[in-house]
Design a protein around this ligand. Structure first.
Ligand code: COS
Length: 381
């Protein structure tokens, strides 16, 4: 057993860290305050190969392994959780399913653009009445003479306003349950696609999250991803990989909160000593560091399983649950260590708490992750 990162993984980590420190940290508080989409940073991430990290070089990707991917995402989230999820969605929910299920036409005309960063992608699954129960979606596509006509609505679309193209799952056979769903790629400027007003969110405020209305949206047959009826399988495959990205986001936030807490505890003097000299604070720091280390090992293990070709859905669900809950907990502890200052926008820990909470909710709530884990334990799948 070897816990060291390979030379390439370490190089990816260092590149991501430098990028986060130099390009993301200077404007992160301002983007959060003004809800500014990090367009410039996303473009540069594309140039670094970080928008298609595990996509093969043949299709414009960087060809990294999954361990490199989660290591890079942790570094980005440690500084800027908003930019991390924009990158994670493009990699996990957009590129990954197209690489696994897409035809050569899809790979050449869509995956390549997403992987190089020429295009930004968004993933459309959830609807007003179907969230955890994804199979209850109502949006549908019907066959037309030369393609498909899609109608319906989707919501909670990360990057839905700033993206160039959607990967969308909808019904194609209303009588076939989850087997009657299919996946399509739909360029954002396709007539009939209406983008709603961005949500006013607690955290990840530099991302845009919108609803979509689709009115007689026409796409050609070639825009179908995989086979007709594959939609649910494609969606769950994408989400397995997405959960690694959300876990990395939680881990990065937790690591960032720990570092802020250490720094503050050394600077803040009370009773004539830095508060880092007090047992109560030291215990908090020790507990935070222990949970962060455990979260990292769990996530790296899940990523390693994916790279080794083993099943990884249960481990991805465990990593997502644990890393996200550690993120919220560490952000709260970091605020406690900062005292009243931590409750203000003068320090980054309040933003970290607001950003952390969503990691327990999106890409499958932690309650859904526990269903997945328990089914595996009980041999029910
Ligand atoms: N990868 C690929 N296929 C999978 C899978 C996975 N991880 N998990 C299940 N499947 C397949 C099953 O094998 C089954 O297909 P077959 O009948 O051909 O074997 C099919 O998918 C349906 O599985 P299941 O009966 O388990 O579906 P359920 O409706 O019970 O749903 C959960 C399972 C709850 C796990 C799923 O709906 C889910 O993950 N929901 C959360 C959705 C979500 O994350 N929403 C937020 C989106 S934010 S972008």
């Amino acid at each position: 057993m070897d816990f060291t990162l390979s030379e390439e993984q370490e190089m990816v980590r260092q590149t991501a860290r430098d990028f986060a420190e130099n390009e993301l940290r200077p404007g992160v508080a301002e983007r959060d305050a003004n809800e500014t989409f990090p367009a410039e940073a996303v473009k540069k991430l594309g140039e670094l190969g970080f928008m298609g990290m595990v996509v093969s070089e043949k299709w414009g990707g960087a060809g990294f392994d999954t361990v490199s991917y989660v290591v890079a995402l942790e570094e980005i989230a440690r500084v800027d959780a908003s930019t991390e999820i924009i990158c994670s969605v493009n990699n996990s929910l957009v590129c990954y399913p197209l690489q696994v299920f897409g035809s050569d036409y899809i790979k050449d005309n869509f995956l390549r653009k997403f992987a190089t960063g020429e295009w930004l992608g968004a993933f459309c699954l959830t609807e007003p009445e179907s969230g955890s129960d994804a199979g209850a979606m109502k949006s549908f596509a019907v066959r037309d003479r030369d393609g498909w006509v899609i109608n319906g609505s989707k919501n909670w679309i990360t990057s839905g306003k700033n993206c160039d193209c959607y990967v969308l799952v909808c019904k194609t056979d209303p009588d076939a349950g989850y087997r009657g769903t299919s996946t399509f790629v739909i360029p954002r400027d396709t007539p009939g696609v209406h983008v709603g007003k961005p949500e006013d969110k607690l955290g990840i405020r530099a991302t845009d999250t919108v609803s979509l209305t689709l009115q007689d949206v026409r796409v050609p047959d070639e825009n179908l991803v995989g086979e007709h009826g594959d939609g649910f399988k494609i969606m769950l495959t994408a989400l397995d990989s997405g959960r690694l990205g959300v876990a990395a986001q939680g881990l990065g936030i937790a690591q960032g909160a720990l570092e802020e807490a250490i720094k503050y505890s050394k600077e803040r003097v009370q009773f004539g000593r830095p508060i880092s000299k007090f047992q109560a604070i030291r215990n908090k720091l020790a507990d935070m560091a222990t949970r962060v280390a455990a979260a990292r090992q769990l996530l790296h293990y899940a990523a390693w399983r994916k790279d080794a070709g083993h099943s990884f859905a249960d481990e991805a669900a465990m990593a997502k649950v644990y890393c996200s809950e550690v993120a919220t907990w560490c952000a709260l502890e970091a605020i406690q260590i900062h005292g009243g200052y931590g409750y203000t926008k003068d320090y980054p820990v309040e933003r970290m708490l607001r950003d952390a909470k969503i990691t327990e909710i999106y890409e499958g709530t932690n309650e859904i992750q526990r269903i997945v884990i328990a089914r595996g334990l009980l041999g029910e799948k």
